[in-house]
Write a protein of this length. Structure first.
Length: 177
């Protein structure tokens, strides 16, 4: 029998973390969860995972601090950073700090497992023929502002400098998941 595949999930969204945990357990992983850096460090005293999934934006702290601690704990650990706020700057930092991959949400266990399998870079990765669309950039900024305003529509509209009804119409076209 092969050695168990141990995974730690560092995610502050309990529902998403639970869904990921169940999915990975069905794939044969032993999974532990933490919602923040301190809890993750306590888990590292108990278990030695070979894999980690880290949310970039944890409540009140950066997931990059978790990447640093995980990489220091075991430099051979395969770490995938997940984020709903993808940017080139944070992707570069995550990789420099020890992550093997960086995925934008929504991602599922299949996407993450594929990222673990591609622990090293792929020089044949296709280059997108066109840049990110304005609509995508707008949606990402709206979502970021929603999170910053604790999903208060009026406050989000104020921060974005748009009318509340305009924001509500945009959200109806592309509802949050």
């Amino acid at each position: 029998m092969s050695a168990p595949r141990r995974l730690i999930i560092v995610e502050d969204d309990a529902k998403f973390a639970s869904a990921l945990q169940r999915s990975f357990e069905r794939k044969g992983y032993e999974v532990r969860r933490a919602a923040h850096l301190a809890e993750m460090l306590e888990l590292l005293d108990e278990v030695r995972p070979g894999y980690a999934v880290v949310d970039l934006k944890l409540a009140g702290e950066s997931g990059l601090a978790c990447v640093v601690a995980l990489h220091a704990h075991d430099p051979s650990m395969l770490i995938v950073v997940l984020t709903g706020f993808a940017s080139i700057a944070t992707a570069v930092e995550a990789i420099k700090l020890g992550a093997c991959h960086y995925l934008a949400k929504p991602s599922n266990s299949d996407d993450i497992e594929a990222a673990f399998a591609k622990g090293s870079g792929d020089p044949s990765a296709p280059i997108s023929p066109r840049p990110t669309s304005i609509k995508t950039l707008e949606w990402e900024r709206i979502h970021e502002a929603l999170v910053e305003a604790d999903f208060n529509i009026s406050e989000t509209a104020r921060r974005l400098g748009m009318h509340r009804r305009t924001l509500a119409r945009k959200l109806e076209k592309r509802p949050l998941k």
